[in-house]
Ligand binder design. Sequence first.
Ligand SMILES: [Zn+2]
Length: 344
Amino acid sequence: MPKSCCVTRCTANKLKNPELNFYKLPNRKSQPLRRQKWIQAIRREASAGRMGKLWDPETEYVYVCSKHFVTGSKSDDESHPDYIPTLLPHKSVNKATSLLRLQNRSKRNLGVTTTALPTTENPPEPTPDLPDQPTTREERDEARRERDEAQQRCKFPHLTSIIDCFEIRIERPKKLKARAKTYSNYKKWTTAKYLIACHPSGCITFLSKGWGCRASDVHIVRQSGFLSSSYHKPGDQILADRGFTLLEDFAVLGAHLVMPAFTRGRKQLPGKEVEESRVKSNIRIHIERVIGVLKGRFHILDGPIPMRLVKSLMDERQNKEEATIDKIVHVCAALVNMSSSVVS
Ligand SMILES: [Zn+2]
């Protein structure tokens, strides 16, 4: 029996198509992961009796013909698109587009030689079905940004603040109690923690005083004065991470706290929630960038901040006078606000 292609609706075999190459399905023992990828790509249904499962043949004499590879032959480079077959009847992949993408990719990683690409003698066909597609990277980024912004506006039209906490390394306190209050298991260092809020435009709108990092996010929001009607009007939306379980606290002010969907105890999120979570994390990037700029630009915040500048922070805010570390952080934040926005 001649070698024949196992892809559904492909009728190629070595006898009829001597010009094609036939590649064996990767071996179950030596390349189990790659084999899974191939099987998932080919997506052939298992025979009766194993309904709903993917076909996974017992025999090793199973072939995929070279028509299903972008460059016309398989590649053993894991990052190459032809590591797995992609041109398959159930997928609407345009060969020309895939080729173009591959060429652009290899242009970007100059020096990394991939397998033989079609040369000028065999140019990829133009893509007549995509006339207005943005071509350069800048245009694509621009288009994506516009789309995301439009999405953000329609999903969260009254978004006023994005909140998060960040930590700054401080010198290790001598007193054990103070050390316990400031030791961060996550950072493996003693740190002071600040609540920061920014507007979707990237402007810092609120910065709390510093707390020992053992204080929870919820505690800091409640004690910092951020939960005040002078900051929030009814109908405002505030975006926060999962740790800020403060729905009721904001509801009292008529504001709405928006958080990413909880996945605990659920196997999978419905598509709508996945999409919403994606938009939320896109917006949350703003606050992460702001924190990144704040810490990246002012190396005084790299710490560790000497104890004498932190002292009154340790007094659990009993001391009326503002701690020097707080003044430093606030001045840095003000300077960030005066520079050009992080949101382009
Ligand atoms: Zn085939």
